[in-house]
Unconditional design. Structure first.
Ligand code: GRF
Length: 215
């Protein structure tokens, strides 16, 4: 008997509307990313990302984050780990997950957690990075896909996309264009990871170089 080849399995974590998740799921469906979404987890019961996943017939679960505001408590961390292990996840994809992941979680999935951040790191880590760029007067904004390490937005960079800041941009208009770039870039990076195309040597990564500028 011929067994279907096992596909690369994604565990997607998000707290928000889920536009990055939708872009990833669409890219999988279109055959551009050789992976499958094994499970979607959220710390926000009403999050759009859970609704999008359920509409697509994917496993989606709300897991309470516990007693802290910006991270998971120990009980919650264990429940996230268990759900990801049960789903036999190869890669944890953070898609707007608003909690910092720490020690045990990162040790369990070392080098296998990716995030997308709405700035050209190392500029503007932290919250509302597109607004930080605008308020600072930067002329180029953008987004970064990186591996997650113990710091905040500090892990090895896998890919970046620059977005020009225009005269008259508001935080909302710039955010929209940065998110457009994210929805294009993130699925490409996940595809490259699923194909095993990216090599990581400390901070330096090789093997994958998508266009760095929105044309
Ligand atoms: C994205 O803009 C990403 O940069 C940040 O969180 C946002 C999530 O948006 N990490 P969405 O839920 O994917 O629409």
């Amino acid at each position: 008997m011929v067994h279907a080849q096992r596909r690369f399995r994604l565990g997607v974590l998000g707290s928000g509307k889920g536009s990055n998740f939708v872009a990833i799921a669409d890219a999988i469906q279109a055959g551009r990313v050789p992976a499958e979404v094994a499970v979607v987890l959220s710390d926000v019961e009403s999050a759009g990302i859970l609704q999008h996943a359920r509409q697509r017939g994917l496993a989606a679960q709300y897991l309470p984050p516990g007693r802290f505001r910006t991270k998971l408590d120990e009980v919650a961390e264990a429940s996230y780990l268990q759900a990801l292990r049960e789903a036999e996840v190869d890669l944890v994809v953070l898609a707007g997950f608003m909690r910092i992941l720490k020690g045990e979680f990162l040790r369990a999935f070392e080098g296998r957690v990716v995030n997308i951040h709405p700035s050209l790191l190392p500029s503007f880590p932290g919250l509302e990075a597109w607004r930080q760029a605008l308020d600072y007067g930067a002329k180029v904004a953008g987004c970064t896909v990186h591996l997650v390490d113990q710091g905040i937005d500090t892990g090895p960079i896998l890919a970046q996309r620059a977005v020009a800041v225009r005269d008259g941009d508001t935080a909302a208009s710039l955010h929209e264009r940065v998110q457009e770039a994210e929805r294009d870039l993130y699925p490409q990076v996940i595809g490259a990871l699923a194909r095993g195309e990216i090599q990581v040597h400390g901070r330096l990564t090789r093997g994958f170089r998508p266009p760095a500028v929105t044309e």
